[in-house]
Design a protein around this ligand. Structure first.
Ligand code: APR
Length: 239
């Protein structure tokens, strides 16, 4: 039985913080990824043009870690999949994360707005396709045979996030917007809470280790590790 006075669709935005307890580093915490490597060197189209081998090595290391078996969904991912199964309405997870932990936890209504680490695409010829091996500048595209044209299917800075029209439609129609494990420092995701509040009367909740930069924009905030806070929130929602 779900929370009686809340009926309709739920949109959940997730960031690196939801995967931190699974063993994946976040980006801006003290031991975050961007404290050991520069965005300009590995996560922009210009970096790929300038030094593709360095960019491929950066994503190869993250792909190897994700597929090593050591990284598993945590109770926060599992709680969101449970909510999707039990909630009497649509639940859409819009994730900034490129890992596959939401999928492995069982989430189905999932939008990867920043792409997926376990997919690559050829800049010449085709849609993204599954890829779990290393990519090097010598790897040939399986379709067009060209070498050096395969890139991670990850949205870099200065590139447009994916499925934005669908995301804004979901935001406009939801009755509850929950932001989990994100610092609220990268747009357009950081602006989703304002889009929700401008478009209707949805309840907005932030679940994070600590108040994010956008904390004041939410009706409510609950703070602590995602693997504690998210299951508790889902249990409350489902009554
Ligand atoms: N539980 C809950 N929240 C956590 C936990 C945890 N165990 N650990 C860290 N956090 C929170 C941090 O307090 C921080 O607010 O997660 C957030 C992580 O913030 P960032 O490292 O900035 O990650 P994110 O918000 O996902 O970054 C957004 O920036 O670099 C780009 O494309 C990249 O998708 C990424 C985007």
């Amino acid at each position: 039985m779900q929370n009686a006075n809340l009926k309709g669709s739920i949109v959940i935005l997730t960031g690196a913080g939801i995967s931190q307890e699974s063993g994946l580093d976040t980006f801006r915490d003290t031991n975050g990824i961007w404290n050991s490597v520069r965005i300009e060197d590995v996560a922009t189209p210009d970096a790929f043009r300038r030094d593709p081998a360095r960019v491929q090595a950066f994503y190869n290391a993250r792909r190897r870690q994700l597929t090593s078996g050591a990284i598993q969904p945590n109770p926060a991912h599992l709680a969101l999949a449970h909510l999707e199964r039990e909630w009497k309405g649509p639940v859409t997870v819009v994730t900034q994360n490129v890992d596959d932990l939401h999928e492995r936890a069982g989430s189905g209504g999932l939008i990867h707005m920043h792409g997926e680490l376990l997919k690559v695409r050829c800049i010449r010829c085709r849609d993204p396709f599954a890829w779990t091996d290393d990519l090097t500048t010598a790897t040939a595209c399986p379709d067009c045979g060209l070498v050096g044209t395969l890139r991670p299917h990850v949205v870099w800075f200065d590139e447009l996030p994916l499925q934005m029209e669908r995301i804004y439609q979901e935001l406009e129609g939801c009755v509850l917007f929950v932001s989990i494990g994100t610092s609220g420092s990268v747009h357009p995701a950081a602006g989703f809470v304002q889009a929700v509040r401008q478009s209707g009367h949805a309840r907005t909740v932030e679940l994070n280790l600590e108040p994010s930069q956008a904390a004041s924009l939410f009706h409510e905030g609950r703070y602590g590790p995602a693997s504690d806070v998210v299951p508790a929130f889902v249990a409350e929602l489902l009554g």
